[in-house]
Ligand binder design. Structure first.
Ligand code: B12
Length: 446
């Protein structure tokens, strides 16, 4: 009989997942969010899976033709990955093991400050440990087959599985990203740059990525609070601009200013909670198949934009999320991942589509309208300001504060201690690395 590892891979490949990897005991030493037992006590191994984003939908998104196909692609694939995870867990249980599928996002650990999400289990770290891919310059998980434009899923089990070979640290950063870094130029809020590196300590090895200027810059653009790029040449599909950022962006190290700007904008947009909640219910729950009845596959998605919005809004309502029917597009950025293809040439092509795409802002009837220049965008926003009633603003602000704390507020001594130990080990490893480089350059010169 084939090994359990081979049967697992056949099982998921038969369901259309061709990028799969396994990490067993001895391969899971890293940041707190690689601790399997936090999510499933007794878990010993992880099966990591990656599904590609639809490339045509990615181009429609980057070239500012429409965000709807990419959002439908996310909706369908996040449910599909959870379904395959549930079925694989069932298969492992039928083989006498315990197993469970992992939520795909919004499964954050509780914390006192709720707006700095840390996952119960990190799918990126799991994928790195399972050899599915390596860390890219953006911090995204990059695969050889599809680049970073992927969706990740995983199943945890108490089976003691054989681990697959992993990519060496810096595999992508040194080989590909060093010649590219278009992800950094695709991030409207400059969450990271093209210069300095920082590291993740995984199984005793340091994995490089871009040093982050401030993760809240990603929250602000990914949650649609400021969509305009720093150079005012392009945008993502977010509805909002932060007024003060148009003239002068805050210093990324000015944490308090960033948090103030983020909360001030986030608590006055009138729909921040439903825009996050749809991601939460989509990624942390496997919905019955009926929910998909009448929802077309991507290739049958109607051309008419208002019809596409009607279908996405219907999908959201079936998951119990309303209040964003006029613009049912929660995924409005992620450009650092969407632009990253399997080859440098493909990534260059995608980046060109973004860089030449111009800016989208709410125009006549609140409909997102594409223009070429910042000046035109400014004029459109002046002529078609978003009208959000005071009632909606107050209700949404209260919903955001209440639900974020209901789901994510708390004190977790375990996570706190784990992160302190991890932080110490990481700093020691980085110091050791610097010492080695220094010694090497000193003796090299001699
Ligand atoms: C939190 C989160 C976000 C946050 C923060 C992102 C971030 N950079 O950490 C926000 C909302 C901004 C976000 C944005 C996006 N996300 Co997101 N997100 C996640 C989530 C839930 C966890 C990410 C993660 O692994 N964090 C943990 C580690 C890796 O993060 P870290 O900051 O490096 O951790 C450092 C420290 O915090 C510490 N640490 C690690 N773990 C812990 C735990 C504790 C308790 C503590 C104290 C410290 C600590 O150690 C690390 C440094 O050494 C995952 C789903 C999942 N459950 O894995 C999806 C996920 C990573 N997101 C995904 C995607 C696609 C995106 C976007 C592209 C937008 C989109 N949805 O289209 C952007 C990309 C932004 C970017 N460049 O990272 C995909 C990733 C695909 C890929 N190729 O990697 C995932 C895997 C969802 C999925 N199922 O596919 N995301």
């Amino acid at each position: 009989m084939a090994s359990i590892e081979a049967r697992i891979k056949d099982f998921v490949r038969a369901r259309g997942v061709d990028v799969v990897g396994i990490a067993g005991p001895g391969r899971l030493d890293g940041p707190p969010s690689l601790d399997l037992s936090y999510t499933m006590p007794g878990a010993k191994s992880v099966v990591s899976m990656a599904l590609p984003m639809d490339v045509d939908a990615v181009y429609d998104f980057l070239a500012k033709r429409s965000p709807a196909p990419h959002n439908l692609d996310q909706f369908l694939n996040y449910q599909r990955l959870q379904r395959i995870g549930r079925e694989l867990a069932g298969f492992l249980v039928s083989c006498g093991y315990r197993a469970m599928g992992v939520p795909l996002s919004a499964d954050y650990r509780r914390a006192v400050y709720v707006f700095r999400p840390r996952p119960a289990f990190s799918l990126r770290l799991g994928a790195m440990a399972a050899g599915v891919g390596g860390q890219a310059w953006s911090g995204n998980l990059k695969t050889r087959e599809y680049g970073a434009s992927i969706y990740l899923g995983a199943v945890l089990t108490d089976a003691m599985l054989e681990s697959d070979p992993v990519l060496p640290p810096g595999y992508f950063v040194e080989e590909y990203c060093a010649k590219c870094k278009r992800c950094a130029r695709s991030c409207p809020s400059h969450m990271f740059g093209t210069g300095e590196e920082e590291y993740l300590l995984l199984n005793g090895e340091l994995h490089p990525r871009a040093r982050r200027n401030n993760i809240d810059l990603c929250h602000i653009s990914c949650f649609g609070l400021h969509s305009l790029s720093a150079d005012r040449r392009y945008s993502n599909w977010g509805l909002h601009w932060i007024g003060s950022w148009i003239e002068q962006r805050p210093e990324s190290r000015n944490q308090l200013q960033l948090i103030w700007d983020m909360l001030k904008r986030g608590l006055t947009v009138g729909d921040a909670w439903p825009r996050f909640d749809i991601l939460r219910v989509l990624c942390s729950k496997l919905w019955p198949e009926e929910i998909l009845r009448g929802i077309p596959e991507l290739e049958d998605f109607p051309e008419e934009e208002s019809e596409r919005y009607r279908i996405l809004a219907e999908f959201g309502r079936r998951m119990g999320v309303g209040g964003i029917d006029d613009y049912p597009v929660p995924m409005i950025c992620g450009q650092c991942a969407l632009v990253c293809g399997p080859t440098l040439e493909e990534t260059a092509e995608r980046y060109r589509a973004l860089a030449e795409s111009g800016i989208v802002v709410p125009g006549p009837g609140g409909r997102m309208t594409r223009v070429d220049t910042f000046e035109e965008a400014l004029e459109l926003r002046r002529r078609h300001p978003l009208r959000i009633s005071a009632y909606r603003k107050v209700k949404d602000a209260l919903d955001s504060i209440y639900f974020w704390h209901r789901y994510y507020f708390g004190i977790e001594p375990r996570s706190f201690v784990q992160s302190k130990i991890y932080g110490l080990r990481l700093r020691r490893a980085v110091r050791e690395r610097r010492r080695k480089i220094h010694r090497h350059s000193a003796f090299g010169k001699e």
